[in-house]
Design a binder for this molecule. Sequence first.
Ligand code: GLC
Length: 803
Amino acid sequence: MSKQYGYFDDQNKEYVLTTPKTPIKWANYVGTLEFGGIIDNTGGTLVCKQDPALNRITKYIAQQPQSDFKGSSLYVRRKTEQGYQLFSPFFTPCLTEPDEFECRIGLSYTRWRVVAEGLEIDVKVFVPKGSSTLLQDIKVTNVSQQSQQVDLAPVYEFTHFDALKQLVNADWVPQTMTLKAHPEATGHLVLEQYAFMKRDLAVNYMSCNLPVDSWEGDRRAFLGENEFGSWAKPLSLMEDSLSNSECDRGDNVGAMLIKLGELAPGQSQRVITQLGQVASLEDAADSIALYRDEKAVDQAFAELGEFWEDYLKVMQVETPDDAMNSMLNVHNPRQCHTTKNWSRYLSLYQLGYGARGIGFRDSSQDLIGVMAHMPEEAREFAERLLSVQLENGSAMHQYFPLTMEANEGDSREEPGPDYYGDDHLWIVLTVAQYLKETGNLEFLNKPITYYSKTLELADRQQASVYQHLLKAIDFTWNNVGQHGLPLLGFADWNDTVNLPSGAESLFVANLFGKALKELLDIAEALDDQANVELLNGYYQEMKQRVNQHAWDGEWWVRYFTEQGQPIGSHKNSHGSLYTNGQSWPVISGFAEGDRMLTGLNSVNHKLNTQYGIMLSGPGYNGFDPQLGGVSTYPPGAKENGGIFLHSNPWVMMAETIAGNGDRAFEYYNQINPAFHNDNLDVFQSEPYCYPQNILGKEHKQFGMGRNAWLSGTSSWTYVAGTQYILGIKPNLQGLEIDPCIPKAWPEYSVRRRYRGATYNIKVSNPNGVSKGVASITLNGETIDGQILPIMTEGEHQVEVVLG
Ligand code: GLC
């Protein structure tokens, strides 16, 4: 068995690390995109305000090894007869082995409890709800038999606000970086930091609840001896006091030395640091004063807990499977909240330097995962996405949240189409999900501008949300290739298959089908007969084209090249079978009867593994410019035959549509990251969230996970688990109950808040079936059909019998 690194504490909704030496850096997220970022397991801190590329605060270089300082640390210093001794509760960068170590990855906070050198250090790091301040709440206790003289030195290293500039210009950047100190009569201190051009607009600050002995603003001075002092042993910390050097240029740090004096055995001291950003320091006065107050900090932490309580309460499940319960009740909705905030913009893999921004396709899908929990926030976000849709119905690929400037993503870099075939269709699913959750059809009338690169905001065309969605459909309908199937554009969901102009995508064809189904329901709810007819005509026609051209015998093909050659066909020696090619015709409803099952069985027989379903196979073995990105990876990695996890929940959904609850659940379970907790030397990635990719069978390191946190796997696995397996499906008329579970489950229950009411749903399965509802009662009365009436308030008891 693999080495153990930690365990799940479900009671406290935490994952608890028992060693600092994780296989790779593991992240936690604090705050939101408004203000927040990543705290890693070594205390490394990457925070920004509103945009990681354009307004970054701390300098976290993600490629540095775990043992290096990254953006922040906390030094604990003891005076001994041999001089000052340093260690850090984060282990990095001093690397002193602790006697006891515990790091709790919580809901928007990380908490360390470490014993070393006779001291117990408890550090909690979080961002209070709605604030632009990162707090470090530290308690130091002398657990030795002797009194000890103890000092603390919290340190942050600042970055230029333009995160990429920091890395590419080592003259201009340091010329602008400034750190000033503002000592107060009480001995308290505020350090102020900015790049010169931001001096009057946005400044960073650091402060502390206790008087400060001395401080340092310049990295040279802090590390000492022309930076031959190291982060592991900064030479300034070998002196009684720091040198109080401001920094007029150079590498800015905020380091404070806080002397706690003699701590008697058993005695504790609490220290609270804050790191924030404000327009001007005067604006921060209230907040600085507030978070110097221990009670206010306790309250802020309690409020954060209440937020999560409320967020998670929307849906709680009790199934016979504990691992599923823990994912659906805590970790998966939490990860959805993270993807909703950060899209694919900022993680330890997506480094947030501006190559990406908020992705149109990605965020449209992410919103579906939080729709039950924060529908109005999701709607606001959807409005921003709609505002980067073009008047022709297609969408910009991504935008920068601070400026709302949008661009075409990687398609800019290659000749050929500069749009993605799928982007604009996803938002139809998102808006539909919002309407199904809230019933607020009024939203469809809201005017929203189309994006334009040339026109000022005020001059841009506007149309209602409904028109935006119809335009998205039009775009795909009008951009088809030689088989009448949608053109691929630069790429579809699979970013890495970039075929020459004129190629057709079956993924887009099926996503189009799914979007049409959603929009048809909406048109019907609006009684818009003209569009019902039009959309239905499109749907039938596309279904016919797909069935006529894309069936390969045992599965569906995935693309046609501009010359009409199939990709994802038994005729291909590599890339002959694609998973999404099989799940999506089922989701769209284009596949029926034998073809539905045969395609899904091919996936099961040829692509399924113990760690999840591979995206395609066999992997391409060598760079092929005609295929593009996919052939840049070795076989088994990422989109080239890796287990690209995002595609797994779509197979689960398809299996439930086909009525196969046992297989859907098997697929659900096998990718549960908690299942890797005993296999971390292979998996390596965080066991408390889904990674984007796991190496596939063709790779020597089969089973290794990477790109944790920011993946569409999160929202879709949540949807697959809650809506398709447990079958609790919001729709326009109400909450529909349509489970497809393992036959061996005798019963399960779900508590779901929906449109103001709370439904306590108990499902029993006396005849051991997977699918099929025999009866439903609501508060003791039998209802017709499978849709619970909308109750708007109160608690309601629902009994469902399968059979
Ligand atoms: C990445 C991208 C996503 C894309 C997927 C497959 O996760 O963020 O947009 O669909 O890769 O290529």
